[in-house]
Design a protein around this ligand. Structure first.
Ligand code: TYM
Length: 341
């Protein structure tokens, strides 16, 4: 039994996941699983960031169903709605209000240097930036708002979000020095193992929802046979020597990281236990299948009870709004907006 600690003495945590595509092993090991493990230690807020999803065009029917599925996934990975606040970002409109204040604090140059914007706009072709949405460009200001609005001390994310966290701190510091102490400076909490899970077919690229190699990406709700097959066919190298060395052996090191994260072991020492790739692939598949089994079972139960999910979402919006409203008002007062209204 874990003793209840008053939330005012706890570290505040916030993180989010986009409700697009299929949630994969990178999301699970780099983020969701860490959220669930640490939930009792912090006063935690976790959300499906649907406002971020629409920075690229979404089908409305699909966005709605993916948002529901993402909320079901948060509960399925073990986040307890009695312990943490689980909500949908667009249900708390204060995020967009604070985002505007932060868009007026961040500089054009800072946004232009964000690698996510450069990568995503390059993928659009046609000279890229001409056709991407302005929302994709200002995305980091909304993400900073998501974090700062909850006075978050810690933001548990995978390694790919590091630059966004640095910008969030810069924006918070700038705001505080211009207008007086308003925002808490958040720290990124990046896991030691599996902070960047790589594609099983192209192990020099990170596993990603938008990947073009379905055999390289493992969805957390995939069936057991399909997961086993993907690990069996994972790309390694021709050396046939198990060593943890991401530069020289990205495929093997990725398997060791995944196995290490799933079994809570150090990937380098796991390497000493294998002298062939086959058993390493089998054990990694088995460890992942075991880790995902309770998640898959819980999700099936939850999707069978939509009323329960609706209740969780409504309660989360209420709890998150209470905190967010106070921070936005503090920021508006600091900037000199006329009280009232
Ligand atoms: P998103 O939806 O791309 O990913 C959700 C979480 O999964 C992590 N992740 C990975 N970790 C390890 N290996 C991988 N291959 C991998 N792929 C994804 C991500 O680092 C992330 O933690 N911008 C964010 C969403 C966001 C957010 C926020 C996060 C919006 N507002 C505020 C934290 C705080 C994103 O697109 O995550």
């Amino acid at each position: 039994m874990i003793a209840a600690v008053p939330s005012s003495f706890m570290t505040r945590v916030l993180s989010g996941i986009q409700p697009t595509g299929d949630i994969h092993l990178g999301n699970f090991l780099g983020a969701l699983r860490q959220w669930a493990i640490d939930q009792h230690l912090h006063d935690s807020f976790y959300c499906a960031v649907d406002l971020h999803a629409v920075t690229v065009q979404q089908d409305p029917v699909e966005l709605r169903s993916k948002t529901l599925e993402t909320m079901a996934t948060l509960v399925s990975v073990g986040l307890d709605p009695e312990v943490c606040t689980l909500f949908v970002q667009s249900h708390v409109p204060y995020h967009t209000e604070l985002s505007w204040l932060l868009e007026c604090t961040v500089s054009f140059g800072e946004l232009r240097r964000m690698t996510q914007f450069k990568d995503k706009s390059a993928k659009q072709g046609d000279g890229g930036q001409e056709h991407v949405s302005a929302g994709l460009f200002t995305y980091p200001a909304l993400m900073a708002a998501d974090i700062l609005i909850y006075d978050a001390d810690r933001v548990p994310v995978g390694d790919d979000q590091r630059q966004h966290l640095e910008l969030t701190r810069d924006v918070a510091e700038r705001f505080n020095s211009r207008y007086g102490q308003t925002f808490v400076l958040p720290e990124a909490a990046i896991p030691k193992i599996a902070a960047r899970v790589m594609d099983l077919q192209e192990p020099t690229n990170k596993m990603s929802k938008s990947s073009e190699s379905p055999m390289g990406t493992v969805g957390i709700f995939e069936d057991t046979n399909s997961i086993a097959k993907k690990f069996k066919r994972a790309i390694t190298d021709s050396e046939n020597q198990v060593r943890f060395d991401f530069d020289a052996k990205p495929g093997v090191s990725n398997l060791l990281s995944i196995l290490g994260a799933a079994t809570d072991r150090d990937p380098a020492s796991l390497a000493d236990e294998y002298d062939q790739y086959g058993p390493l692939k089998n054990d990694t598949a088995e460890a992942i299948i075991d880790a995902l089994e309770p998640v898959q079972n819980r999700r099936a139960e939850l999707l069978a009870d939509p009323a329960e999910l609706d209740r969780i979402i409504a309660r989360g919006a209420e709890k998150a709004s209470e905190v967010a409203a106070i921070t936005v008002q503090r920021a508006k007062d600091a900037m000199g907006f006329l009280p009232g209204g």
